[in-house]
Design a protein around this ligand. Structure first.
Ligand code: ADP
Length: 495
């Protein structure tokens, strides 16, 4: 078929595929990235991309939870994929979002009742293998040859693996397509889906550098064949080469070191803008920082805490998960019980950790509050009213909460890992610093950074200078998009 949106030659064509994309469907940070990055990439000026416009098109599964008015979503084409002894029909729908052509893939392996990610590995395996292969085939059906296939995480890594197989079979349609695979979260590798891969005729990887156990895991399979690998922060890109963060793939990844880069995710700066956030009692900006206090006053009142504005208010916002180190926060606050502070912890997740947070509140009823729920509006009031955000993550590929906190003048105290290390500046010269970093994933290490913060907190002038510097940081998507464009451009320079 002929695609009505075929682009003129000279434009770099990027097929961007992912399991989720805001605003169609968002489960986690991946949805934010996929929702924000493609439109920004398309809007870049050729002077920012090495001379080319980027025709980025997004492909996502047509999950049951996605609802689009029929006038905004047309059936573009149908085709089949071989599956065991039969074939499966693919329906590709087309819509637009922020100027980006978006294709939604439907078919039997993407049942309407299934969540985006389930506990059922086999079902997810069928779904994402079908989706990954269909996204590639769709490009062929549209006769739209991608220069770049950009896949994200394990869900779409099989498209990268398949692209390489097709290239090795001298498939003329994909012979000039290069692949980029972004790692948003390395521990999730998509293991246990052999039967789905077999049904589509995909053999385990024969790459001798891959550990034996990983040869039928989609993410490692994709990583072994991707032309470029991107981790979502420069530090995470280095960390995944180490035993602490490499999840058993560190030696293999070291063999691919030259293809690995780190690009920080951006923040949707219009969505997270304290001068224009209807959730706040009092909007504020760098130039009206004293107004921020109204938000602290309001949140202390909302949680019936001591209204003394000089008492530092510590906040935690995040999944109650070991990754986020909420257990370290609990232990750290207990160790700091001799020092004046108040704290509000917002999050949900592991029931055992939730109970421990409730116990902390019960043990310190006059200074700790537990909000065990997912509450985006409350999170905004907390970022605007809290003095310090505690973020002692065990690993943090990029992290959004610390960037939001800085934008809202809430000083992050984070572990120096992954994106936390790349976004929080902690220098001996406090006038150059935007937060506090500590090394170990331990309560002692958190406590030493927290003590430093609490010592400096009473010095209002210095504290405000730190807040202003934090609010001035450039976490825009524009910056990330230019870095991605640089990676896409690599092959153009060579060809
Ligand atoms: P993750 O690893 O969970 O993606 P990030 O720091 O990258 O961590 O992003 C977490 C996002 O989810 C932030 O926007 C944070 O404000 C938000 N968030 C986490 N927990 C909650 C909650 N309980 N209520 C509201 N927002 C939350």
């Amino acid at each position: 078929m002929n695609n009505p949106e075929n682009t003129p030659s000279g434009v770099l064509q990027v097929l961007f595929i992912a399991a989720e994309a805001d605003p169609f469907i968002k489960v986690g940070g991946l949805g934010d990235v996929t929702g924000s990055l493609p439109p920004i990439l398309r809007s870049l000026d050729p002077s920012q991309t090495g001379g080319q416009l980027l025709d980025v098109r997004l492909v996502i599964p047509f999950h049951g939870a996605i609802s689009l008015p029929p006038e905004n979503c047309q059936l573009l084409t149908t085709f089949t994929l071989p599956y065991g002894k039969r074939s499966l029909e693919v329906q590709a729908f087309q819509t637009h979002q922020n100027g980006v052509p978006v294709y939604l893939i439907a078919g039997e392996p993407i049942p309407p009742e299934a969540p985006v990610y389930s506990m059922n590995t086999a079902q997810d395996g069928e779904k994402y293998t079908f989706f990954s292969l269909a996204a590639l085939e769709l490009a062929r059906k549209m006769d739209w040859q991608p220069d770049i296939l950009h896949a994200n995480d394990w869900h779409t890594a099989i498209s990268v693996y398949m692209l390489n197989l097709l290239r090795s079979q001298r498939d003329s349609f994909f012979s000039n397509t290069h692949s980029v695979l972004s790692i948003h979260n390395l521990p999730f590798m998509g293991g246990g889906i052999e039967s789905a891969l077999q049904a589509y005729g995909i053999q385990p990887s024969s790459d001798p550098k891959l550990p034996e156990w990983a040869r039928y895991f989609p993410l490692p399979m994709g990583l072994s064949t991707a032309d470029r690998i991107v981790a979502v922060s420069p530090t995470y890109a280095k960390e995944i080469l180490t035993p602490e963060f490499g999840c058993g793939l560190q030696d293999f990844l070291a063999t691919r070191k030259n293809t690995v880069s780190g690009i920080l995710n951006g923040l949707d700066e219009a969505n997270w803008d304290p001068s224009n956030d209807p959730a706040l009692s009092q909007p504020f900006s760098q130039s009206s920082l004293p107004d921020r206090m109204e938000n602290k006053k309001a949140i202390l009142e909302e949680f019936s805490l001591n209204p003394d504005l000089d008492l530092p208010l510590l906040i935690f916002i995040g999944r109650m998960d070991r990754q986020k180190g909420v257990d370290i926060v609990i232990q750290g606050l207990r160790q700091m019980s001799g020092t004046p502070w108040q704290a509000i912890l917002l999050g949900s997740g592991d029931p055992i950790l939730e109970d421990e947070v409730r116990k902390l509140e019960a043990d310190f009823p006059d200074r700790v509050r537990a909000a065990i729920r997912f509450d985006p509006q409350l999170s905004r009031r907390l970022y605007a009213g809290g003095d310090c955000l505690l973020m002692p993550s065990r690993y943090e590929p990029c992290g959004l909460a610390q960037m939001i906190a800085m934008r809202y003048g809430c000083i992050p105290i984070g572990r120096a890992v992954g994106g936390l290390r790349d976004t929080i500046v902690d220098l001996p010269d406090s006038s150059q610093s935007t937060g506090f970093l500590f090394k170990e994933a331990s309560a002692d290490s958190l406590v030493s950074a927290l003590r430093r913060a609490l010592e400096q907190y009473p010095n209002h002038q210095d504290w405000q200078a730190r807040q202003i510097l934090a609010m001035q940081q450039d976490f825009s998507w524009q910056r990330s998009a230019i870095s991605y464009a640089g990676i896409y451009h690599t092959w153009r320079e060579k060809s």
